[in-house]
Ligand binder design. Structure first.
Ligand code: NAD
Ligand code: DAU
Length: 342
């Protein structure tokens, strides 16, 4: 069995990745190292094969815990662990610097100490800042690094430390930069699951600013496959942009969700804009498509239907979150209560 070490595997994308790799391979054993912050959820992992998936609760900022859990000669570290929500980084940035920057550096040091063959850093298109609206410009791997939110700045800093580990110590590294993911098990603070769960509960759907900001959406399983291909086929030291060429204005996304659920557009509530709100993300994934032989398999209409169906069929999963500490966060950010769900 080939050991791989996945951090943040109890979160949204990490758990989709773990699930996919266990299904797609037979010779890989996963150590899933996750601190179980508010975003980590063991319910995301409860049906996995224990013989090939070992969960370890631990913080990537805790050097001793990382070294204890990471076997010598591990084939790869996949670093998904992060504080991932832009709004939270605007409210308080320090946790983002700790986990996203210091945590990444601790993993890089551990990778060298334990002779790990390859380090895969899961980064984001947000490190490249924002693009003009109504423009043909796209993010490429050569776009300048111009992060605008504290979250994006912390992910950009992490990328720099990954690069430094390669240039200084010769560590074999890959960076992937994906756009906005959607799919099953995404924490309901993010646009799509927030809008689905509010609509299901007939609560207002808070749209920032004029609702015309553009995001480039990709189904989470397509992202997970691209990461695996980057690990298998990617060239050391390279970055790979991942995107499904699926730009949508936020308002269009929200209206599609309401239509799919048969709910009125009057639930939409325009609220104050996010500070420093990036206007448009759009990814040119040609390098990933050409060099890794990857392409997205799930189109937007199918992916959104699948996602909505999952949230409808897993209301307990959402309600466990909506009835917990998330209530306080929601009230603070939006100045409104969410109803207690049964
Ligand atoms: P998430 O917030 O759903 O999950 C993050 C996971 O990391 C959680 O399980 C949490 O418990 C864990 N974690 C947080 N701090 C930790 C720490 N100090 N030590 C160990 N574990 C810790 O995030 P996500 O949306 O699944 O994103 C995963 C990764 O992908 C992140 O690195 C993010 O920057 C990147 N990314 C996300 C998107 C997106 O659209 N969500 C797009 C591109 C890249
Ligand atoms: O692009 C990749 C990034 O996508 C990831 O790196 C981040 O981890 C992930 O959170 C996501 O960042 P965004 O800020 O783009 O995602 P979010 O779901 O928070 O917001 C998507 C868009 O919807 C954005 O333009 C803000 C808007 N929005 C969001 C929320 C939560 C609203 O209009 N209302 C809301 O309540």
């Amino acid at each position: 069995m080939k050991p791989i070490f996945v951090t943040g595997g109890a979160g949204f994308i990490g758990s989709a990745f773990v699930r996919q790799i266990l299904e797609a391979t037979s010779d890989v054993k996963i150590i899933n190292f996750d601190a179980l912050t508010y975003a980590g959820n063991l319910e995301n992992l409860n049906d996995l094969d224990a013989a090939r998936h070992q969960f370890v609760k631990g913080d990537i900022c805790d050097k001793d815990a990382v070294l204890k859990a990471l076997p010598d000669e591990t084939d790869a570290i996949f670093n998904f662990a992060a504080e991932s929500h832009v709004d939270r980084s605007i409210a308080s940035a320090s946790e983002f610097v700790m986990t996203n920057v210091l945590g990444t550096q601790i993993l890089l040091d551990a990778a060298r100490a334990k002779n790990v063959r390859r380090f895969v850093q899961i980064s984001t298109d947000e490190v490249m800042g924002t693009l003009p609206e109504d423009d043909a410009a796209f993010f490429t791997e050569n776009s300048p690094i111009e992060p605008n939110s504290p979250y994006a700045a912390s992910k950009a800093a992490a990328e720099h430390f990954v690069r430094a580990a390669r240039e200084t110590f010769g560590l074999d590294t890959i960076v992937t930069r994906c756009g906005n993911n959607y799919g099953q098990r995404q924490f309901p603070e993010k646009l799509i699951p927030l809008m689905i769960s509010n609509a299901m509960n007939d609560e207002p759907l808070p749209v920032y600013g004029d609702g015309r900001n553009v995001r480039d959406w990709i189904f989470v399983e397509d992202h997970a496959r691209a990461i695996w291909l980057a690990y298998e086929k990617g060239k050391s030291g390279e970055s790979y942009n991942i995107g499904a060429r699926n730009e949508r204005q936020n308002i269009e996304v929200v209206q599609s969700i309401l239509d799919a659920l048969g709910k009125p557009h009057s639930l939409i509530k325009y609220v104050d804009d996010r500070l420093g709100h990036d206007r448009r993300y759009a990814i040119d994934a040609a390098k990933t498509e050409n060099e890794l032989g990857w392409k997205p398999l799930t189109d937007w209409e199918t992916g959104l239907q699948k996602t909505i169906r999952w949230y409808r069929e897993n209301q307990d999963w959402v309600n466990h979150i909506r009835n917990g500490a998330y209530r306080d966060y929601y009230k603070k950010l939006y100045g409104m209560e969410i109803a207690q769900s049964r």
